[in-house]
Write a protein that binds this ligand. Structure first.
Ligand SMILES: Cc1cc2nc3c(=O)[nH]c(=O)nc-3n(C[C@H](O)[C@H](O)[C@H](O)COP(=O)(O)OP(=O)(O)OC[C@H]3O[C@@H](n4cnc5c(N)ncnc54)[C@H](O)[C@@H]3O)c2cc1C
Length: 457
């Protein structure tokens, strides 16, 4: 283990936290037990981080880099021997390049801050998800986050043109390229993006930006059949001239539960339907965009696809619709021991998959507290959540769902990553040869296994 005094010599006395100040904070978003760690170091730049990692490499010191600790898979969970590293001081955002539509950002920057900074220059950073106010760029890149706008702009990986990172032994790899086309050997950045801090520490990125849309149109749609939902997705993708940015599904049980919890039961749509979609289009000509959006929703109703619809008439109403989709406070209380799944599978298999999960849960885990299903349908990504009164039986539920998703040829992690929570189920989505290759990469880049040990593989 490293001596914390050596760490202090590198990052400065004021930038090491230990003792009660560290143990007094919760581990992460889910786990509210005290943080167990040797200490938390906050280097100010890539040089300090490099020196710190060189020291840790020499001493065989386990290191976990943390961002906003909003990950949902135990990816930053530590033990008393871990040195935590926060890059919150590397949070600079350069002036965006308006012509090239890029911006260089330190990984400590908060996602929402990047969004807002780019917006002041008329540019859009195309990554957005519920934890935008706390999650950092480093965490989002390391988990390859997805979110609400992946349908339009892609996932975190797709936002990155150049990357700087530091290897376990302190070697700095800097390729802060701002080019869309740059075929100069292996594209190393994609090794680090999505690797959850196990292969290297990301310090900066050059992000690809887009023109900021000038109009937003939002609707809540109700459906009688899943087939009609899938057909409407195709219709909106085609007829909204590429402006569809979100297409979020909610199964009835979740929708009505959250309408009760968030809107005191005042549902924007009367009656009860099996499926609800919150969809949004963003364009560049307010009047024409609104007319087109209304026309496309109208056509879906006339064609008998959409059973009922509400188009948000104000930004307040838009926010209200999004709260039904985004607010999880009540769900977290309902499910006590919450067991959540973040899966990808073909849209055509979703309805059968969900029905089978429900049937098997009711048959094999009769004590389950219900099933909530929602997700980013446009990306083939569902969030399936259930709960138990106590943690016993959690493993059984996980096994059941992961075996099912594997049977459907789906992915056990669409956008949240593997971390600790899904590590033992990775084989449901990746072959033995793939996992062995991951181990070869880990061994090559981090031979002493100091970076986020025990996570992912
Ligand atoms: C309410 C809520 C809603 C969410 N919605 C979505 C969603 O819609 N879509 C989605 O994809 N995700 C969602 N998430 C989870 C999302 O993955 C995380 O919020 C985010 O990507 C992690 O960022 P963070 O800064 O909190 O990272 P942390 O949680 O601190 O870390 C995540 C991982 O990244 C590693 N890491 C952090 N920084 C670095 C770095 N600089 N270099 C190397 N490794 C690093 C950590 O070691 C860890 O393995 C949601 C989370 C919450 C709480």
């Amino acid at each position: 283990m490293v001596d914390l005094d050596d760490v202090r010599r590198i990052v400065g006395e004021r930038h090491v936290v230990d003792g009660a100040a560290l143990s007094g904070r919760p581990q992460d978003f889910w786990v509210h037990t005290p943080t167990a760690a040797l200490g938390l170091a906050k280097p100010k730049d890539v040089q300090e981080l490099s020196a710190l990692l060189a020291l840790c490499h020499q001493e065989g010191q386990p290191v976990i880099v943390e961002g906003g600790r909003t990950n949902l898979v135990g990816a930053t969970q530590s033990t008393g021997e871990t040195l935590l590293v926060s890059l919150e001081r590397l949070n600079d955002i350069a002036v965006p390049d308006r012509q090239g539509m890029t911006v260089e950002v330190g990984v400590g920057a908060i996602i929402e801050t990047i969004q807002q900074r780019c917006a002041t220059d008329g540019l859009r950073f195309g990554l957005d998800f519920g934890a935008r106010g706390s999650a950092t760029l480093g965490g989002a890149l390391s988990t390859n986050a997805g979110g609400f706008q992946a349908l339009r702009y892609g996932v975190a990986r797709d936002q990155v043109l150049g990357l700087e990172c530091v290897l376990a032994d302190g070697t700095v790899l800097s390729h802060l390229s701002s080019f869309v086309k740059d075929n100069t050997g292996y594209d190393l950045k994609h090794l680090f993006i999505g690797s959850e801090g196990t292969l290297g520490v990301i310090t900066r990125a050059v992000l690809r930006l887009h023109p900021a849309p000038q109009s937003v149109n939002t609707a809540l749609l109700a459906f009688e059949t899943f087939e009609a939902v899938a057909e409407t997705l195709g219709l909106m993708r085609r007829d909204l001239n590429g402006t569809l940015s979100s297409f979020e599904i909610m199964w009835a049980e979740f929708f009505h539960f959250n309408v009760d919890a968030v809107l005191n039961g005042r549902s924007p749509i009367e009656g009860r339907y099996p499926f609800y979609i919150l969809c949004e289009s963003e364009g560049f000509e307010a009047e024409a965009d609104a007319a087109l959006f209304e026309a496309v929703v109208g056509r879906a109703i006339e064609d008998g696809l959409v059973a009922d619809a509400v188009i948000a008439a104000s930004s307040r109403q838009r926010q209200e619709l999004w709260r039904i989709r985004e607010d999880f406070e009540a769900e977290m209380q309902l499910f006590k021991t919450m067991i959540d799944f973040d899966v990808s599978l073909p849209v055509a298999s979703m309805e059968a998959f969900v029905s089978e999960v429900e049937r098997r849960l009711n048959e094999e885990v009769p004590g389950n507290l219900g099933l909530h299903v929602l997700g980013h349908l446009g990306d083939g990504n569902l969030h399936v959540t259930t709960g138990l009164a106590t943690p016993e039986g959690k493993g059984e539920v996980r096994r059941l769902v992961y075996e099912l998703i594997s049977g459907y040829g789906g992915s056990i992690s669409a956008e949240h990553g593997i971390g600790l929570a899904k590590r033992d189920y990775l084989h449901h989505s990746r072959t033995a040869a793939e996992i062995a290759t991951m181990r070869v990469l880990k061994q090559a880049l981090d031979p002493k296994g100091i970076l986020n040990p025990g996570k992912v593989i």
